[in-house]
Design a binder for this molecule. Structure first.
Ligand code: BGC
Length: 750
């Protein structure tokens, strides 16, 4: 047993609760009293595992650094055996035997892949999201990972930004609640199946100009405090074990070096005392932003409150001399070191550094039937039915079904971006799942039909190693039309490849690539009924499709079980219940477009068909989106009625109620949404803001009263200093199944 572990065990024996803060303080202080400056700085250093291979770990530069006590954490070391080898270097060879944090981008599951986060948000199902995160952590920890770089709670209103796939949509309230659920799922009580969460990217990363990744961000403090920062605050208060600073500027200072953001807001205003890690290389990038040389950006980062340096090697190279020259203090380094050691303590690593390296878990904990069921159930809840003319869906399992499109029989793209633990050979393609689903009762005719892009270079650029068969577009289209003509119904699997969204995957055109559009138009022209399954990591512009294709189901990237889940929904074994969490624009020129916008002084009322001179609108398109935030159909219909106020709410000012009725002929789940508008205030307030939601399942003909308790906090807003302000007056309350179609009532609140 090394010295530190011995001390931890001794403490365990003497303290009533290992998790108690006092024991942690005593333990960490004692450990730090033994550490040299170099060892403390070593704890702040995070490096990538890259392609080190099992067996070669011991000769890698990482192993050497770990043995010298110059490494606090690693990322992307894949495989339990490698993790164990590396951990052993730190624990057995270094002077104090301090174990490593093992980080990984576990973003939406691990070997069992759940839908991409944007899709997850469309389920509005916090329990399912928490459970999915719990499973992700269980699988990750079985592979040695103890620190996951999730949830991403960056708000974005720009679907050109590829990273909207990794977030939970445009709304601050919904994203906050989902972030909390994910943190609960990952961290639990820090048991051995739990991992430490890392909330990213603090802050405002989703507001990059023109949706171009890594671009400049600039916004007013009022907007920050009301529409962007509350998601991070909620995550901080939910006890997230770590935060990641973002690449972008905030008030023209890179987040990693931004004392206002990290110290005044995160630490002082929100009271967050867990550790902050940079994003990949961002201390070096601050040099490129133009803040000075790396000694300057290192100094700024540490003083701002950045505790750990991800992959800049700036702390390890600069901090000692900055300390010697008096530019940073020992207290600055100590604070950072303490926070990192506390994280390791909470994870139980001092008690057992190999806590997450149990070989038997590799056999019992990965891709289990239970995990797969959870992923399949969740995926079915994330699909959004955008259109279903003449109740084309659900399809009957009979006759001839033509399954056409470049995503119909592809294994590695169903999971979407950031599937760092995926094992595609275990998963089914949609074609395989469909054959299973119809089980001989219908005939499935298949054709790829086209490429993702006509031009090979763009297709390769868009796929980054998740290839798709390259076909001759003309021949493939002819073949597709041939089978389409024989079929009773056509199901098109089209859209993006996995890597067309996610990091560094911004697009200037977010409609279906031309070659797919061309095929889709030809298939619609056959006169056969067409169902479009749209795979995407972002809202897609589908204006032509919405007019001409009878049924559209947005299936995002549904994870490892997507094929089965899609079949569950299109054949009606499950009813769709997903509702959009990002507005779907009609045209690129409408972006940014989002539901909780402000009034202008010259608004144009919804529904106005023509251009209005000197009002806030475009000459060539109306302001309304194609599909609003919150929108989603199902195989039944719902009606809302009887909105009213009741004063008997517990722990709240009052409640707003309405009656929801299933007016169709199938049991289904509705996502009931509650919006509030502050009619007059000292600053202009949005036209509506989401403040509550419920998933309600009703049998045909069944009615239920839905009720939302209204608190003072829900009626408050933030001023430009970030103070919460409540102003009495008249408020409007709205309930509905999307942000556009709502029933309303008002009340004056004193
Ligand atoms: C991304 C982060 C990610 C990190 C580590 C960065 O490029 O922005 O989201 O966690 O890499 O992989």
């Amino acid at each position: 047993m090394n010295k530190v572990t011995a001390l931890a065990v001794a403490l365990l024996a003497t303290s009533p609760s290992f998790a108690q803060k006092e024991s942690m303080d005593v333990f960490v202080s004692d450990l730090m009293s033994k550490m040299t400056v170099d060892e403390k700085i070593g704890q702040l250093n995070l490096l990538p595992g890259g392609d080190i291979t099992t067996g070669a770990v011991l000769n890698s530069p990482l192993a050497k650094l770990a043995a010298e006590g110059k490494l606090g954490a690693v990322l992307n070391v894949k495989g339990q055996e490698k993790v164990r080898d590396l951990q052993e270097q730190a624990v057995k060879k270094s002077r104090l035997g301090i174990p490593l944090l093992i980080g990984q981008d576990v973003i939406h599951g691990n070997q069992t892949v759940f839908p991409i986060p944007l899709a997850q948000s469309c389920s509005w199902d916090l329990n399912a999201i928490e459970e999915g995160s719990r499973i992700a952590a269980k699988e990750a920890t079985a592979q040695g990972i103890n620190w996951v770089y999730s949830p991403m709670v960056d708000i974005s209103v720009d679907p050109r930004w590829g990273r909207v796939a990794e977030g939970y949509g445009e709304d601050v309230f919904l994203t906050s609640r989902i972030g909390e659920a994910a943190i609960r799922g990952y961290q639990g009580n820090y048991g051995k199946e739990n991992a430490m969460a890392c909330v990213k990217h603090f802050g405002l990363y989703g507001a990059v100009e023109a949706g171009r990744d890594y671009n400049t961000v600039d916004m007013s403090r009022t907007r920050m405090f009301n529409q962007y920062l509350p998601t991070y605050e909620a995550a901080a208060k939910a006890g997230a074990g770590s935060f990641m600073s973002s690449f972008n500027l905030v008030d023209f200072v890179p987040a990693t070096c931004n004392k206002w953001l990290l110290d005044d807001i995160l630490r002082k205003k929100w009271g967050y005392d867990n550790f902050v890690v940079t994003d990949y290389g961002s201390i070096n990038e601050a040099v490129v932003h133009g803040l000075g040389d790396v000694s300057v950006t290192t100094e700024l980062a540490l003083k701002a409150g950045t505790d750990m340096d991800m992959c800049s090697s700036a702390y390890i190279a600069q901090l000692k001399s900055l300390l010697e020259s008096g530019r940073v203090t020992m207290a600055d380094i100590d604070n950072a070191c303490r926070r990192v050691l506390e994280a390791k303590y909470k994870l139980g690593l001092f008690d057992d550094p190999y806590r997450f390296c149990e070989p038997k878990r590799l056999k019992t904990d990965l891709y289990t039937a239970e995990h797969r069921k959870a992923a399949r159930d969740m995926a079915a809840e994330t699909f959004v039915l955008l259109k279903n003319e003449t109740n084309l869906l659900p399809l009957k399992k009979q006759g001839k079904i033509a399954l056409i499109g470049p995503l119909a029989d592809n294994r590695s793209n169903m999971v979407g971006c950031w599937s760092t633990g995926d094992t595609p050979e275990l998963y089914s393609t949609l074609r395989e799942a469909m054959a299973r689903a119809v089980d001989g009762k219908a005939q499935i005719l298949f054709a790829q039909g086209c490429n993702i892009y006509a031009d090979n270079a763009t297709q390769q650029g868009a796929t980054h190693g998740r290839p798709i068969d390259r076909v001759d577009d003309k021949a493939a289209k002819d073949e597709a039309l041939k089978i389409a003509k024989k079929a009773d119904v056509i199901v098109c699997a089209m859209g993006e490849m996995a890597e067309m969204s996610g990091e560094s995957s911004s697009r200037s055109d977010i409609s279906l690539p031309d070659v797919q559009m061309d095929l889709l138009k030809a298939l619609v022209a056959t006169g056969k009924p067409v169902v479009l399954l749209n795979f995407s990591g972002r809202p897609t512009i589908m204006t032509w499709e919405a007019e001409n294709v009878p049924a559209i189901l947005n299936v995002w990237f549904g994870g490892s079980e997507a094929g089965d889940a899609i079949c569950d929904v299109i054949f009606g074994d499950k009813t769709p219940s997903g509702h959009l969490t990002m507005t779907m624009p009609k045209a690129l020129g409408q972006i940014p477009i989002y539901y909780n916008h402000h009034m202008t002084g010259r608004p144009v009322e919804a529904g106005v068909k023509e251009f209005r001179k000197f009002a806030s609108n475009y000459i060539d398109i109306r302001n309304e989106p194609l599909f609003p935030f919150g929108y989603g159909l199902t195989y039944t219909t719902f009606a809302y009625d009887g909105i009213g106020i009741a004063s008997d709410a517990k722990d709240a000012l009052f409640s707003v109620r309405a009656t929801l009725k299933n007016t169709g002929s199938r049991e289904a789940t509705e996502v009931v949404q509650f919006y509030i508008r502050d009619i007059a205030a000292s600053i202009a307030r949005p036209v509506k803001e989401l403040k509550g939601f419920q998933r309600v399942t009703l049998a045909p003909g069944e009615s239920r009263e839905v009720s939302f308790a209204v608190t003072r906090e829900m009626l408050s807003f933030f001023d430009a200093e970030g103070n919460s302000v409540f102003e009495p007056g008249e408020f409007e309350f709205m309930i509905g199944g999307n942000s556009r179609d709502v029933i309303r009532t008002t009340k004056t609140v004193e």
